[in-house]
Design a protein around this ligand. Sequence first.
Ligand code: NAD
Length: 409
Amino acid sequence: MQAFEAVNHYFDQAAVLLDLSDNMRTLMITPDRELRVEVAIEMDSGQIGNFIGYRVQHDNARGPFKGGLRFHPHVDQDEARSLASLMTWKTAVVNLPFGGGKGGMNCDPNKLSRGELERVTRKFVQQIHDFIGPDKDIPAPDVGTDAQVMAWVMNEYSKYHGFQPACVTGKPVEYHGSEGREAATGYGVMIVAREILKRLGKEIRGTTFAIQGYGNVGSNTARYLAEAGGVITAISDAYGAVVNPRGLDIKALDAHVAIDRKVVGFPGGEPATNEQLLTQPVDVLIPAALGGVFDAETAKQVRAHLIIEAANSPTWPEADEVFRTREIPVVPDILVNAGGVIVSYFEWVQNQQHFRWPLDRIQREEETTMVESFNKIYELATRKGIPLRTAAFMIGISRVGRARVLGGI
Ligand code: NAD
């Protein structure tokens, strides 16, 4: 099964309960537009570097397409399509006036110099600038891209279309970005963790967590959970894991990663493998790296009692079945990591208004949106006796479907 098929599998589980017609199903799962562009640059060596960039615009019934840009060697059309589709359901689940899009490039940013990274970013924008924009399609950071990359996107876009800071979100605060955007996804993950634990009669304080991935999402999630009294006993990144059953000192780990660029070698824990991270005996397991982490086999070995999906698409459908049989609740990606796009929306609004919001307002409004969305999903799931993911898809599909019908097919 490929990634887009997996998203559509989850879509179908909800569509059946909504009694969606076949025509409507086809209309809603099919992307509106898919771009595939060559991104050729001169490398520092003088050679030509050839990369392929993608932008999939999945659905804009509820507003402009919205979604990240991923720079990773595995990026391809199917992955971009699946992530674009997820964005459609995610923006609808948290009720933002956006549709869904996603894009990226099949490059490895770790192997590019800063100059090369800037050149591929600008070249990519040169190839797609007519198709994006504040009222069309608004990119944001994802795996392998950050605020600096978004600054280059805005700067390059402005050469063609004039000053338009709302053409991209996740920009640096000093360059038309928003307070709180960088940490927004992790902050939202912590809020969802707090809410689901509350429903299970628990709290973050004293609960044990293992987190896979220590980039933007994983590191900010760890920081907020630790600040709330959570005990983070294991963390991994692409190079390996560190484990400390008494809890890792997150501040000290951040200081270590700032220098070494990886968690392995951290003196406050024992080294472990990426596989061992997934089978830690913890209360909560949080995948916060790439997709496709849990297949049926890994799902059988998981020893956590709750999965909170901070990454996009970490769970293949067959693993989802295993978790369901084992009665391990899975809080789905389209809710858990929506904090990023929520604050991207606030950034877009601030850019349009040319008016800055303070951090406390941003965090307060992000929290309100996350809690309201969580409650709606939790209540629907409880009332119907269905998984949280199916409930989330039902809410997302209903909203998108309604907008489609109201706007006219
Ligand atoms: P990032 O590039 O900042 O970090 C990715 C992390 O994953 C790195 O620490 C990397 O070393 C690690 N990693 C890669 N392969 C791994 C492996 N096999 N095992 C363990 N760790 C591995 O990316 P990010 O922005 O933190 O995104 C992480 C996930 O969250 C992605 O699925 C992304 O789509 C999703 N997400 C991100 C945002 C955002 O605002 N950045 C918003 C919503 C969803």
